[in-house]
Design a protein around this ligand. Sequence first.
Ligand code: GDP
Length: 363
Amino acid sequence: MEAGIVGLPNVGKSTLFNALTSAGIASENYPFCTIEPNVGAVPVPDSRLDVIQGYIKTQKVIPAILQLVDIAGIVRGASEGEGLGNKFLTHIRNVDAILHAVRCFEDGDITHVDGSVDPLRDIETIDTELMLADLQSVESMLDKAKRTARTGDKDAKRRVGLLEQCHALLADGKAVRGIQLEDPADQKEMASFQLLTAKRVLYVANVEEDDLKGEGELVQRVRKHAEAEGSEVVPVCARLEAELSELDADDRAELLESVGLEEPALALLARAAYRVLGLQSYFTAGEKEVRAWTVPIGATAPQAAGVIHTDFERGFIRAEVYSVDDLTELKSEKAIRDAGKMRVEGKSYTMHDGDVCHFLFNV
Ligand code: GDP
């Protein structure tokens, strides 16, 4: 899973990105300091991996990975060439989700590009740039598709129909993620457009240290906005996260406790991202490795196997499945088998969050 962090300059994107990835890139009080996108991979915290490891002896534990991209350069007028112009587009097209960072901290020393702290105005500014950028791509794709459609090409006709729907929404100032498509062929075509406003958004409210629960008025406003979009807001203090990322485990635990937090923001963000994106985890567990894999909710067993290797999906025969809870209760795979809880599932099985699987397949 790859997520791009967007937001206006000076809202704390780089601070957050650095804290999450501990990559140590430059973060200065300067609008265009992050010129090239910075990419970092972070492990998704999942306490169930520790549970499994407690019962199954293994050589290594591999968590799921969240790839983060710090996307700089979106300012008012970016789609018209302001700031870094459209350069951000190339880095944002490929991400699965957008982490939209908004400034909810007041700090007279940190300039705001629009002169005052107003998260909803900021969200609108970014959304407008994303919509304008999409409008440009849609118009150029639509021209091309119309020309091809004139030759009688069926796929091109489908594209024209979809692009016209997108155009109507964007011209009306709306994101295209609201379009509901039933036909898988339409869905596939739509995905191929790689539109920015088709991506799911999770809001990250960069708060003061005294509002870590996000109860302040500014965060409440963002929350209301997010909920109306079917999304969520995660309150995070980027500066505190930066501090936490520099400490060893003991000091980190102490600092977390002193500010009343149970875990660093990464865990909260990862869980919220899974919810907003409709993702869940399953596990494989053996002597060589215990590993978490990410699949969409509703994925079938062969699709889940396909995340490991495409050959596994093609050659899928069946899966042996139990849950992390079964393991906690019965303490070994043998005991699970003896208790008749090792289920044999076929091609039509829909995966559950927390399944532990052994796949059988032909190669
Ligand atoms: P970006 O332009 O969005 O990447 O923003 P930066 O991460 O470079 O942050 C801009 C400035 O805001 C830096 O001076 C940060 O130290 C400061 N900053 C970031 N997060 C916070 C925060 O939670 N509270 C306060 N007071 N300042 C912050």
